[in-house]
Design a protein around this ligand. Structure first.
Ligand SMILES: C[S@@+](CC[C@H](N)C(=O)[O-])C[C@H]1O[C@@H](n2cnc3c(N)ncnc32)[C@H](O)[C@@H]1O
Length: 281
């Protein structure tokens, strides 16, 4: 049984980074009328109670969504992300935090679809309950990497795969590389977004080099670092690799990452990176 539970981390700086980008990727898909399909391979519980004992244990959300919740003067993308979280908290107090499934669901149009897989029995049960009776959302208790093989390419031929594993397994980066190869073989035009932690710096850089060597065109890497990478063990930062990013995502991130760093910075250290691992054709 895997031990990772996202409830301890919901809404932290890494979630804010990931979900901010996710909302923008979905907004880009919504710009065309044609329906899209989003496959979230490691979906988590769907939504999280920030008053729960798990979330309160280290109050990680305070360094993420908590920093943005009442902040004035945010740019349009951060405003939009906070608005999505506010939609779950109509009373005005920050209590519920939407995971990637809930955030995505709020942005689906009537013809769009969401496929979710979650392996942890308790999180799967919560996810299934969240979307019971929802005909646009399918919830599977299966391995996210197997789900890829089962559902790609989607008949819509437009959409996004979000790969957001827990990185508990030593070979997770290697699994992700295999997953990217599978996705590319089956659905070369799909958008792929891979979130990764920066714990030790070296493995995440090796991962990027391995992905870059696949020479799949249009691979963009965005990173946010809040703690010195050679400092005490912990989550120093995180990144997202986007394959087939929407037009001008790089320009938007060029504006957005410095703003996010300004809002979430905790000390002197702060680092952002935006780089094409493989350029767009
Ligand atoms: C980082 S969390 C997901 C968070 C979620 N994507 C979000 O943004 O709200 C990773 C999840 O993957 C689940 N998981 C771990 N291994 C898995 C696998 N092979 N297939 C599907 N889910 C898995 C864990 O139980 C955990 O809930």
């Amino acid at each position: 049984m895997l031990g990772y539970r996202h409830a301890f981390h919901a809404g932290n700086f890494a979630d804010a980074f990931k979900h901010l980008l996710l909302v923008q990727l979905i907004q880009a898909l919504r710009r065309k009328d044609k329906p899209f399909c989003l496959l979230d391979t490691h979906a988590g519980a769907g939504r999280y109670d920030l008053h729960s004992a798990s979330a309160q244990k280290n109050r990680e959300f305070a360094g993420g969504i908590g920093r943005l919740w009442n902040q004035e003067g945010l740019g349009p993308e951060l405003t939009e992300y906070v608005a999505q979280v506010r939609a779950l908290n109509p009373g005005g107090e920050l209590r519920e935090y939407p995971g990637s499934p809930r955030l995505t669901r709020a942005l689906l149009r009537p013809g769009d679809r969401l496929i979710l897989s979650e392996l942890h029995p308790a999180d799967h049960a919560a996810l299934a309950a969240e979307f019971v009776g929802d005909r646009q959302v399918a919830v599977h208790p299966t391995d996210g990497y197997e789900t890829l093989k089962r559902f790609l390419p989607p008949p819509e031929r437009r959409g996004l795969v979000l790969l957001d594993p827990a990185y508990e397994l030593k070979d997770e980066f290697a699994r992700l590389v295999e997953a990217v190869k599978i996705i590319h073989r089956r659905w070369a035009s799909g958008i792929v977004a891979i979130w990764y932690p920066i714990l030790d710096r070296a493995p995440s850089l090796r991962f990027q080099r391995t992905l870059g060597a696949l020479e799949i065109p249009a691979m963009l890497c965005a990173e946010l670092g809040l703690y010195p990478y050679d400092g005490p063990p912990g989550l120093h930062g995180c990144g997202m690799i986007v394959i087939n990013p929407p037009w001008r995502l790089d320009e938007m991130l060029g504006r957005l990452l410095p703003e996010l760093l300004r809002e979430l910075r905790v000390g002197e250290f702060g680092q952002i990176r935006l780089e094409w691992l493989v350029p767009a054709p």
